[in-house]
Write a protein that binds this ligand. Sequence first.
Ligand SMILES: [Zn+2]
Length: 187
Amino acid sequence: MQGSLLALCYQTSQMKRTIFIISLILLSGLITVSFTKLQQEFVCTPCGSDCDKKVHSKGGVCEACNMALVEKQTVKFKSITPKQVCDLLNDTSVVVLDVRTPGEYNGSSGTNYGHLKRAINIPIQELEKRINELNGVKDKQILVYCSHSRRSPRASYMLNTHGFSNVTNMSGGMSQWDAACTKWLVK
Ligand SMILES: [Zn+2]
């Protein structure tokens, strides 16, 4: 009798231990899930303004420019200076994309900043519907630029959302082109 009572006690304490461990696992899982949710970060749809730098804890609309807030991790492009672009273009595998209007590209409208050699011209307004023209270079590094780096961040982000992962934006745009670097400039 005493023996079976002891066995029962033992079983009960084992069960309690098991329950305790299971709850502990569930609790840590719950904490991890809520922590990941808390960690989620949002930024403005890249537009080349200061509001791009602000990080938000939840989605919605950017109060500075009214554009949608997007998940920070979906913004994958990087930005480099015109001086760095001058070196980068020595790599002939880099695809160059000018997202200004044809008039800005060829210098017939607005300030003539010139364009970069071997640049493909697809205005940002047409990029979404003409994105298939770039399917053949999806795995290549794509350098995107405009005049003042207002349109190129948005175009770079658009490329990211269409599966282009190696996208580089030129900060400053053609208005900030490095005067010492003449070899890529067509004017
Ligand atoms: Zn904004």
